[in-house]
Structure formats: C-alpha cells, structure tokens
Design a protein around this ligand. Structure first.
Ligand SMILES: *Cc1c(COP(=O)(O)O)cnc(C)c1O
Length: 464
C-alpha cells in the first residue's frame, strides 16, 4: 500500500485510526469518542500543518525534540545516502559502522568533563534502562554489589519502560503495573512555585538537596548506587531548580561516593543555551542520558555518555556487559544525528539560544505577568512555563485541585494556532531552536489571547 504524501482522505484516515491504531500516552476511550486523533500531515521550520489545513506554530518542537526545525533537506539526503551505502549493521559481533564511531566521537567532544565514551540506544527510555543496568553492573565490578538503590525525585520523567517509569516519579504511571520496581527511592522535587511557594530560593535549594542526603542516610550510604535527575524536569512541568540546588546535589553525591546521573533527554543539545544542562549548572555527572535533540527527532536514536572512570572499571575487570540493543549505533540514525549536530554548530544555535532567543523568550513571557490568571512565568534558554492560578499572588488552582485550568488554556492555544502542552495547570513551551523573534512574539501573544478567553470560562463555569 502506497501512502500518498499529499491529498489525504482525512475522514478515511481518522476512521482507520480509530479502527486500528492505539496512540501513545492516551485516553483510548476519549480518542475513539473524538473520532480519531488530529492528523498532522506536514511541517516546515517551526510550523506544523494538520489534515484540515490548519497551520500551527509548534511551541513544543514536536515532543521536545525538533531542535533544528522541520524540513531539513540535508538530513533527508544524509539518510538516503547512508541507506544506499549501509542501511543497518549491529555492534554485537565485534563490529561497528563509521557513523556510529564518528557520532560517539562528536558527542564525547560536546560532553567534555571526562565523559569520554558513548553507548547508543534508540530512545530516551532505553537510555535510562542502560544507565540502570550499567550503574548496577559498575558497582558489582567494584566489589560493592549491594549498591543498588537509585535516588530520584517525585514528578521526574525518565521514560515509559519498566526501568524508566520506576526511575521516574510520576505517581499515575507507578499506579499502572505495580511500579516502581524495588530499589528506587523518590524525594521532593525542586519545584518552588508548587511545593514551597514564597520560600526564599536559597533556603529551598538547601532543603530540597538536604532531602536527598537524608534519604541516603536513611537507606544507608553503602547501599546507594546513584542519584538521577533531569537538570530541568521537562514533562514534570518545566521545573527550574533554584540556583545552588545542583552544586549542592553534586556535593552530596561526592560525599557518599555515589554516581551522579543527569537525564539530559530534553536539556541536551542546546535547549538551555549550552550543549548540555549540566554545563549550565556547572556540575560533572558520571553518566548522561540523551535522545530527542540528538537527532532533532528526524530518526530515533539515544545515547548514554559514560565517564572515563566507569569505562576504566569495565576495561580493567573485563567480561561481557550483557546489555545492548539490535539498533545500538544504527548507522542511518547515527549519520542523521551527526549531521544534525553539525547543523547546530554551523548555525550557532546553542550560542543563539543563550545570548539571543533565550533571553528574548524570557522577556516576552514576562509580559504575561500582569495577567490575572498568571501566577508565575519562568524560562531558561528555550524552555518556558506559565503557571495558571485562580487567585493572583498565590499558587491556588481553579477547582481547588490541579488540572482544571491547564487543559482549558491548552485547548484554546491550539485552537488559536499554537501547539503547546498543559501539564496540570502549567502551560509549557519548548520551541525549535531556530525560532525567530517574530515567532516568539506570536507564541506569547497566542498564549495571552488564550488566557483572556479562558478567564470568563474559568471564573464563570468553574467556581473554586
Ligand atoms: C522524553 C524523555 C524520556 C523518554 O524518552 P523516549 O524517547 O520517549 O523513550 C526520558 N527522559 C526524559 C527527561 C524525557 O524528557
């Protein structure tokens, strides 16, 4: 069956969608009642187009990933050429392919800080599975096999596999399937607006970091393998920790000799104005998960950056690390990722995010502070959030609980031509790194208009 690129029969596609397809992270009853999902047919730059011909500004870069924007012919050519030369080969048979070697070299160069080696996977979740298994294997090699416990944060997102959900701190995900698996401990997230409204940032940074040390002491430092965290929690609602938090976390990890793992699946590849978020916060992780922006989503590929001292342990002790995937180091995906990084370098997208578009987004979002529904705006680089509250000057929510206002504002934004995500009552944005000033202005003006339209709906129909 040949799928045409244009002139789709949208009604028929929707019918078939309901008949045969189950989308990700979805309410399947709702999607069926809707008569199928919105069909996205094409995209260019920072814009996506749906089957009804609506054009939307993509405030989410797909799903936090299309850093170089849509329609890069260069990436399509690289994939085409690589597929003709060698579409696929594995790294199980003491074999590797040129793109995998070159991408590992490039990623290690961007990581720096003693993160000399790279292990490939296909998704962010798989990268988190890799750090889970590699960390425990490392401690076994070191003669401390009892070091099995991972410390993570509530509301963290580390993917949707069993290890990813377990490391993550999403209670609704834990509730499905009896997770987390044993050996994962969760502590308070550094979410000042939600968890410590009005508390002095430095005090809260110290308190949130102290929770990690307290838990280490409670379970016994000799049993702790690693701390894992996203430099900024993305799916948790763009939780930007107060300054000082990350250096304190690093110091605690060093004090007890436990590994520090940064999940940079969103924050990697320029999102915060550095190649990696840990570089912004000035800490040195032992393991780094990356995916999404690694290939700007053009093909699925992920990676784990590994510190030299961990590699030294693997090499000194020898023996198979019996872990890896059919598609680890996939040459076509690796070739596309390598070119994606080269585009980011050539166009200076990381520096532009730090010096130009990131500060511009921060100023544009700050104009929303006068809106009666806005409790806080925050951003770093091109990752932003708007908190919706029922009472200005507080963190009170409509309906008395979280999750009433967020979907209302999100749906209005989408209707008004902007794709954003509503996480509980936080509207989040993560646009492509190529976004222009005019497009940032458009993004923020659509959010304002949607907030204006939401105000009577929220204050009238939904009484707190
Ligand atoms: C998206 C994400 C993941 C999971 O990546 P998938 O490719 O969806 O498996 C893991 N960690 C973080 C921080 C993410 O944002």
């Amino acid at each position: 069956m040949n799928v045409p690129l244009r002139n789709h029969d949208i009604a028929e596609l929707k019918r078939l969608d309901v008949a045969h397809h189950l989308p990700a992270q979805a309410d399947h009853k709702l999607i069926a009642e809707m008569g199928g999902s919105r069909i996205i047919t094409r995209a260019h730059g920072c814009r996506i187009v749906d089957g009804d011909g609506n054009e939307l500004l993509d405030g989410m870069a797909g799903l936090w990933c299309v850093n170089v924007g849509y329609g890069r012919e260069e990436l399509a050519r690289v994939a085409y050429d690589q597929m003709l030369e060698l579409p696929y080969y594995n790294t199980f048979f003491k074999t590797v392919t040129p793109p995998a070697v070159m991408l590992a070299t490039k990623v290690a160069e961007k990581l720096g800080n003693g993160l000399t080696h790279v292990f490939f996977n296909s998704s962010g979740s798989e990268a988190n599975d890799t750090v889970f298994r590699l960390t425990r294997h490392y401690w076994a090699l070191k003669g401390q096999p009892q070091r099995k416990i991972f410390i993570s944060r509530w509301n963290a997102y580390h993917g949707s596999t069993v290890a990813g959900v377990s490391l993550g701190g999403m209670k609704a995900m834990h509730a499905q399937g009896g997770l987390p698996i044993p050996g994962v401990e969760h502590v308070i997230q550094p979410y000042r607006f939600g968890e410590a409204f009005g508390e002095d940032p430095a005090t809260f940074a110290a308190r949130a970091a102290q929770a990690i040390e307290d838990r280490i002491l409670a379970v016994g430092p000799e049993n702790v393998a690693a701390f894992i965290g996203e430099p900024i929690q993305g799916a948790g609602g763009v939780v930007i920790p107060p300054d000082g938090y990350w250096p304190l976390v690093e110091a605690i990890c060093r004090k007890y000799g436990i590994l520090l793992i940064c999940d940079e699946v969103i924050t990697g590849f320029g999102r915060l104005g550095e190649w990696f978020g840990f570089q912004h916060y000035g800490v040195r992780p032992d393991l780094v998960c990356m995916a999404k922006g690694l290939s700007s989503g053009y093909l699925p590929i992920s990676a784990v950056g590994v510190a030299d001292h961990i590699v030294a342990e693997l090499r000194e002790k020898g023996g198979d690390f019996v872990h890896g995937y059919t598609y680890s180091g996939h040459p076509t995906c690796a070739a596309v990722a390598l070119r994606n990084i080269e585009i980011m370098e050539r166009e200076g997208l990381v520096d532009r995010t730090r010096e130009d578009t990131g500060p511009y987004l921060a100023r544009a979002l700050a104009t929303l502070n006068d809106h009666p529904l806005v409790g806080e705006v925050r951003s770093l680089g091109l990752l932003g959030a708007v908190e919706i509250v029922s009472e200005k000057g507080t963190n009170k929510r409509f309906g008395g609980a979280e999750g009433t206002a967020g979907p209302v504002v999100r749906d209005l934004c989408i209707r008004n031509g902007l794709m954003v995500r509503g996480i509980r009552d936080t509207i989040v944005c993560c646009p492509p790194l190529i976004i222009s000033h005019a497009e940032i202005d458009q993004l923020v003006s659509i959010v304002r208009r949607s907030l204006d339209e939401a105000l009577p709906i929220l204050t009238g129909a939904v009484k707190t």
